[in-house]
Write a protein that binds this ligand. Structure first.
Ligand code: NOJ
Ligand code: CA
Length: 551
């Protein structure tokens, strides 16, 4: 493949290291564990999932108040997860498996235990004071402005430090002080971090809250409506400041000095027109930008079609879409779609989704349709660990809760087999194993042609061999209620994808929108649907079925 193609055409799989595979019985996933499971991800045969890259959530030294998104040393490995040598071995083995490795880069904030912050808080005159955002209290002693943490439980984004009599800024927990990116020394130090990992052979970065690094240098108040639950107040002053694009262009230049590396940004802004600016005016910023619309919206064909059409319409020429169904910050797809699913559009708050409803198989059927959607759209699919088997959110009793923001259920251990530790650990797992692990697991699904895992393998393999899916155009067709259907086309080959978001059969009259009266079924989410020729006048799509038809 040509330069740059791997991140456009590949499927990228997110590993949450703490929960993927424990190799030493301490109940905590680790790097050696991941290395030992690479065959599941891609062993070069159709027996494996067939992904092209992994994104590792943070594995750096950290007090783990935000499970690694509070980094106390950017250039090492937390002892829970192993050593730098284990990391090098993971990269080596992954590359031998044809799997690229993307690591998480957390530039907006450090841990309060990071030596930079320890120094910074030690005195107003310390050389590191200006690496963080310190301000005097207002005359009445209150915080410098009205900014709030993105974690609802935290409240103000400012914490008073009595030792030096000033407040410091933290967009997340108080243990996660924000760096001051207006300071050139911060930029220089963080560039060194990027080089450190690039020189170790990583293929790219997922950039945490990439829109937050630059904010109003005058620290003026946010519009108060922002905190009264009104959607989309602007301008916001605590993120998405124009300077952030200068910072990202610098990152891009640094990456471009290496061969074929990439950066994808987490840009948690609701206005898609502002999100696409992160590609850069001449595509000189992020290679990819996450699109989170799917994780927030209800399971309705119209909502999904609108989200995709909006993305297609807004993307700058030459930019490439990204889709994802879930990650470590949102309930899992099967749980989300098994109930009502979807967050009301509004302010971005980490986690915080309503608990999911019951699932009588509906969530699993929808997870199959969602898999087909993810793998047949134009763009790079990101797949969160466990989604390939339809793992549901785990049940986490109150005395086992460890996350500040309600995100434990989507972080429970990967379910590998039906043993008590689910094949994840021989010890006591750091979060409880999901209650369904005896039946919903890799071992049980691997040899079952009707399983979700088999469908994922089939779709990923089919996608890999399909020009229309890898590189073709996208066009929504036939706006029938309840069904999302589109045509992908490249090099004279055309595919019709029809996804039924309802539990009733629907008919799609393809000739009515200019398509031929017959086609050939290539893949269906319904294992009982025969492949081969099929009438499209109309195409009968079963309840909760998705189907790919060659035209
Ligand atoms: C986004 C990450 O995905 C989330 O897990 C984390 O809590 C915040 N950023 C803060 O780093
Ligand atoms: Ca371990």
């Amino acid at each position: 493949m040509a330069r740059g193609d791997w991140w456009r055409h590949g499927v990228i799989y997110q590993v949450y290291p703490r929960s993927f595979q424990d190799s030493n019985g301490d109940g905590i996933g680790d790097l050696r564990g991941i290395t030992g499971r690479l065959d599941h991800l891609n062993d070069g045969t159709p027996a494996s999932l067939g992904v092209d890259a992994i994104w590792l959530s943070p594995f750096y030294p950290s007090p783990l108040t935000d499970f690694g998104y509070d980094v106390s040393d950017y250039c090492d490995v937390h002892p829970d997860y192993g050593t730098l040598a284990d990391f090098d071995e993971l990269v080596r083995q992954a590359h031998r498996h044809g799997i690229r490795v993307i690591v998480d880069f957390v530039p907006n904030h450090t841990s309060d235990r990071h030596p930079w912050f320890r120094a910074s808080r030690s005195s107003r005159d310390d050389p590191h004071r200006g690496w963080y955002v310190w301000r005097d209290p207002r005359p009445d002693g209150s915080p410098p402005n009205n900014w709030r943490s993105l974690f609802a439980a935290v409240g103000s984004a400012w914490t008073f430090d009595p030792a030096t009599g000033q407040y410091y800024l933290h967009s997340f927990r108080r243990e996660q002080p924000d760096l001051d990116w207006w300071n050139p020394e911060v930029r220089e130090a963080m560039h060194g971090v990027l080089r450190f990992w690039l020189d170790r052979g990583v293929d790219g970065f997922r950039i945490d809250v990439a829109h937050k690094m630059a904010r109003d240098p005058d620290l003026l108040d946010n519009p108060p409506e922002l905190y009264r639950g009104r959607p989309l107040p602007s301008p916001r002053r605590d993120e998405d400041w124009p300077e952030v694009h200068v910072i990202l262009r610098d990152f891009r230049r640094l990456l471009d000095a290496y061969d074929d590396r990439m950066a994808i940004g987490e840009v948690g802004i609701f206005d898609p027109a502002r999100v696409v600016r992160y590609f850069g005016t001449s595509l000189d910023e992020l290679h990819l930008v996450f699109n989170f619309s799917f994780v927030r919206q209800p399971w309705r064909a119209e909502a999904f079609r609108d989200a995709v059409d909006r993305c297609e319409a807004l993307l700058p020429a030459g930019a490439w879409p990204v889709y994802t169904l879930s990650n470590h910050d949102t309930p899992r797809a099967r749980s989300r779609y098994g109930g009502e699913g979807g967050l009301p559009q509004g302010e971005w708050v980490e986690g915080g989704m309503p608990p999911s409803g019951g699932d009588s198989g509906l969530g699993m059927r929808r997870a199959r349709v969602a898999a087909m959607l993810l793998l047949t759209l134009r763009g790079t699919p990101f797949l969160y660990y466990g989604e390939e088997i339809g793992q549901a959110d785990g049940e986490v009793p109150p005395d086992r809760v460890v996350d500040i923001d309600g995100r434990d259920p989507e972080r429970t251990p990967m379910q590998w087999d039906g043993t008590p530790g689910a094949g994840f650990t021989t010890g006591e797992p750091w979060l409880p194993i999901g209650s369904e692990a005896r039946t919903v697991n890799v071992a049980a699904e691997r040899d079952d042609p009707r399983s979700l895992l088999s469908l994922y393998r089939q779709l990923i393999r089919y996608r890999r061999g399909s020009r229309p899916l890898l590189a073709g155009t996208y066009r929504a067709v036939g706006h029938e209620p309840g069904i999302f259907s589109y045509v992908r086309e490249a090099g004279g080959r055309r595919l019709l994808v029809a996804l039924n978001f309802t539990s009733a059969p629907v008919r799609l009259d393809a000739p009515a929108f200019g398509l031929p009266p017959t086609g050939v079924v290539e893949v269906s989410t319904d294992p009982d649907r025969p492949s081969g020729p099929v009438s499209l006048a109309p195409l009968e799509v079963g309840p909760d079925e998705g189907v790919v038809v060659a035209l």
